[in-house]
Design a protein around this ligand. Structure first.
Ligand code: B16
Ligand code: MG
Length: 216
């Protein structure tokens, strides 16, 4: 029986990927690394440190310099997310959050981002989430299951009672490693491993998932 939903943030509830792209692109230009929108796709759901490692493509950088690069990228990102308002919620996200709560099911957030709390405040959905697990909550990031296990622990639920909603291959892998049910958002090439694959949350109601999952 499903008792809770755990939502990823970037790519599921809002599209911060564009801001991550602009921030990484600015850093990449400054340090002379090529970086395209396609490169940015492979950073979906990957932690800040993991993302910089991918961006550097094997170039070895001393740890203090590496940390300074992460800080620079984050400073750029923070200025971009100042623009976020409730209008930046992806279509269907708020409606589904409200419907889940109205059905006496729980909601949680499982985001790799250390900026997740600020983003959900700006989106105006902090009060619709019963638990928030973010980039500060665990050491091991996706595809390790730790972040979702942390969220389920806060909700007092077993993984088998939770559906994880994710847009990243690393996120689906993390959820499945933890024994969670999964809904993948996006193309099958990316999230095809999920139990249910949807294009997005636009127009998605609980009843649409009742065929695959049993609630309460
Ligand atoms: P930060 P999610 C992830 O968010 C993003 O998809 C990924 O691009 C980003 O690098 C990561 O958060 C860490 O974000 O630098 O703000 O700590 O999809 O897990 O909600
Ligand atoms: Mg994501």
């Amino acid at each position: 029986m499903i008792k809770a939903f755990i939502f990823d943030l970037d790519g599921v509830l809002t599209d911060t990927a564009e801001y991550h792209f602009r921030a990484w692109k600015r850093l990449a230009d400054e340090i002379g690394e090529p970086f395209t929108r396609e490169d940015n796709e492979s950073l979906r759901g990957i932690s800040r440190r993991g993302s910089l490692l991918l961006l550097l493509k094997g170039r070895i950088v001393p740890e203090p310099e590496f940390e300074q690069m992460m800080a620079r990228k984050n400073a750029y990102y923070l200025t971009f997310i100042e623009e976020i308002t409730p209008r930046d919620l992806l279509p269907g996200a708020k409606e589904l959050l409200l419907e889940i709560r109205a059905a006496s099911l729980q909601t949680g957030l499982g985001s790799a981002s250390k900026n997740a709390r600020e983003v959900i405040e700006r989106l105006g959905i902090a009060n619709l989430l019963d638990a928030v697990s973010d980039g500060y909550s665990v050491e091991r990031q996706k595809p390790a299951p730790d972040l979702f296990l942390h969220a389920a622990g806060q909700l007092g639920r077993a993984p088998s009672e939770c559906i994880v909603v994710e847009d990243a291959a690393a996120g689906i892998e993390a959820a499945q490693a933890g024994g969670f049910h999964t809904v993948g958002l996006g193309p099958r090439e990316r999230v095809g491993a999920a139990e249910v694959v949807l294009a997005s949350l636009a127009g998605v109601r609980l009843a649409d998932l009742a065929g695959q999952f049993q609630f309460l």
